[in-house]
Each structure stands twice: as structure tokens, then as C-alpha cells.
Design a protein around this ligand. Structure first.
Ligand SMILES: Nc1ncnc2c1ncn2[C@@H]1O[C@H](COP(=O)(O)OP(=O)(O)OP(=O)(O)O)[C@@H](O)[C@H]1O
Ligand SMILES: [Mg+2]
Length: 270
């Protein structure tokens, strides 16, 4: 990585415990992590390993039980509504379930106008706002004119995913978490969405963190990879180091599981 790369987000000893007593779950266990400006990283691990919980703490959607978060070298303070809004200008997410990301009572133009307002464009003339929304929609091959009077639940899963990227296009955050959509989206739209995200990161130098079960995807898109097991990183490094030369037994198992998926689908043996 070039020397001028700056750390944009850090976690120090970040820990989340859900529940109390015998029903306690240690979801994230003293995680240390540095994310650099403009890099693409993946967090890979099995279901329940703590990936989403870690992301939600970094996003300020879940309070850590222990540990600290630093944004651009300064300890994060989101103690007031105003400070939270300010933080969310810089750090955004695309979640597994797009339905949970929208206020379903707001029409689509309201969803997009909200992004313009967050970026300080609330007082722009109406024509300028429409121009920005049209541009954001066409970036993801959606037609703004056809969407303006609809509610999010009137869109297909794929359109909804693209609307999420249009929001990111308007918000231009410094950091984006993409918690991988699993069931909502087919392989083709998934490739298109990856494409849009990579284009955006090239244009605005955004840091992108993919959260995925898919080690092939992680290898394909990432500069650096973090492997998570039971709330801890068991291995981290460049995509080449971690995926081509894995050291941890857990990583080796994740990688060796990949061809098995295809074997199961080999119909020639039926
Ligand atoms: N709100 C919650 N209350 C109690 N336990 C929770 C809560 N959210 C997550 N957990 C627990 O924390 C652990 C980590 O969950 P998390 O959702 O972070 O996993 P994940 O790695 O994102 O899994 P997946 O790949 O299935 O999305 C799991 O044991 C889960 O049951
Ligand atoms: Mg998850």
C-alpha cells in the first residue's frame, strides 16, 4: 500500500456482548482494526461469526459493550443527534435486506431528497434537485421520472438494491459498508451492483467494506481481507496472502469448502 494512505476508521478492543447471564452471547470479541482511505476490504466468516454486529458498531447503529472507535484519528463522538447526523454523512451502509433501509411511508423522491438535504443541498432550487436525482438514478440505470411517485415497496428487489446505490451516489460517503445481500438478488444483478460500487469508489475514493460468506468474491474485489470466527479476526492481510496462502486452519477450511459447493451441483454424476 502506498505510504500516503491514511487511516480513516479504527476499532480498538471493540466488543459486543448481547444478553445477560446464561443467555449471554459474545458476538464481537476485542477486535482491533484499521481501515484506510480508498481501500476495498472484505470481512469473511460463517453465519453468526459477528460480521454484521461489528459493522453496526462501526456505523454507530449499535453501542459497543467495550472498546473505542476512531474516525480520522479522533475518538468518535456521536452522543447527540446532530453529531450522529454529521457522522452518517461520512459513513453509510447497504444492508442485507433493502426493505429495512427505507422508510416505507416515504415516496422515492423523498428518499432521494433526504440524501440531497444531508449533503447540505436542502436550499437548492427544485430543478437542480431534480437534475441531481435524475443523474443518480441514471447512474444505476433507473429512470427517475418513472419512480418519482412510487413507494419503495412498489419496486422489485433488484430495483430497490439499485436505489440504494443511487442514495450512495448522492451521499458520497467516505466509508461504505456493504453487508452482502444473500437471497434478495440474483447473480447477474449482484455483478452489476459490484460494478456500480467499484465505479463509485474509483470516482470518489470511497473506502468499501464488503461483508460476505463468499471467499471468491472477497478475493476478486478486495485489497485486504479479514477472516472472522467467533467474534475475532483469525487472519488478516492482502487478498493474495490470505486467500492464496492461508495460515489459519479456519481460513483453509473456508477455502476448501468452496469447490464442494460446485461438486454438489455436478448433475453429470446423477
Ligand atoms: N440483537 C441481537 N440480540 C442478541 N443476539 C444477537 C443480536 N444480533 C446478533 N446476535 C448474535 O450475535 C452473533 C453474531 O451475529 P451477527 O449477526 O453479527 O453474525 P453475522 O456474522 O453477520 O452472520 P450472517 O452471516 O448470518 O449475517 C450471533 O450469535 C447472533 O445470534
Ligand atoms: Mg450478517
Amino acid at each position: 500500500m502506498p505510504a500516503e494512505k491514511k487511516i480513516c476508521l479504527s476499532a480498538v478492543g471493540l466488543t459486543k456482548i448481547f444478553g445477560f447471564g446464561s443467555s449471554k452471547t459474545l458476538a464481537v470479541d476485542h477486535v482491533d482494526m484499521d481501515l484506510y482511505e480508498g481501500e476495498v476490504v472484505s470481512i469473511v466468516g460463517e453465519s453468526g461469526s459477528g460480521k454484521t454486529t461489528l459493522a453496526k458498531m462501526l456505523l454507530g447503529l449499535l453501542n459497543p459493550t467495550e472498546g473505542d472507535i476512531y474516525f480520522q484519528g479522533v475518538k468518535r463522538d456521536i452522543s447527540s443527534h446532530k453529531k450522529k447526523q454529521e457522522y452518517w454523512k461520512n459513513i453509510q451502509a447497504i444492508f442485507q435486506d433493502p426493505f429495512s433501509s427505507y422508510n416505507i411511508f416515504h415516496k422515492i423522491d423523498a428518499v432521494l431528497l433526504d440524501c440531497i438535504r444531508m449533503r447540505g443541498g436542502g436550499k437548492l432550487p427544485k430543478e437542480k434537485k431534480v437534475e441531481l436525482m435524475t443523474e443518480a438514478c441514471s447512474f444505476v440505470n433507473l429512470k427517475f421520472a418513472e419512480l418519482t411517485n412510487k413507494y419503495p415497496f412498489e419496486l422489485s428487489g433488484g430495483q430497490m438494491q439499485r436505489l440504494m446505490i443511487a442514495r450512495i451516489f448522492l451521499l458520497k460517503p467516505k466509508i461504505l459498508f456493504a453487508d452482502e445481500p444473500t437471497s434478495m438478488i440474483d447473480a447477474c444483478s449482484r455483478a452489476t451492483i459490484l460494478d456500480f460500487l467499484m465505479q463509485l469508489r474509483n470516482e470518489i475514493g470511497m473506502t468499501v467494506i464488503f461483508i460476505t460468506h463468499d471467499i471468491g468474491l472477497a478475493y476478486y474485489v478486495s485489497d485486504n481481507v479479514f477472516i472472522m470466527e467467533h467474534g475475532k479476526f483469525v487472519e488478516r492481510g492482502s487478498a493474495d496472502e490470505v486467500i492464496l496462502h492461508p495460515k489459519a486452519a479456519y481460513t483453509q477450511r473456508l477455502i476448501s469448502d468452496v469447490p464442494k459447493i460446485y461438486e454438489e451441483w455436478d448433475l453429470s454424476t446423477v
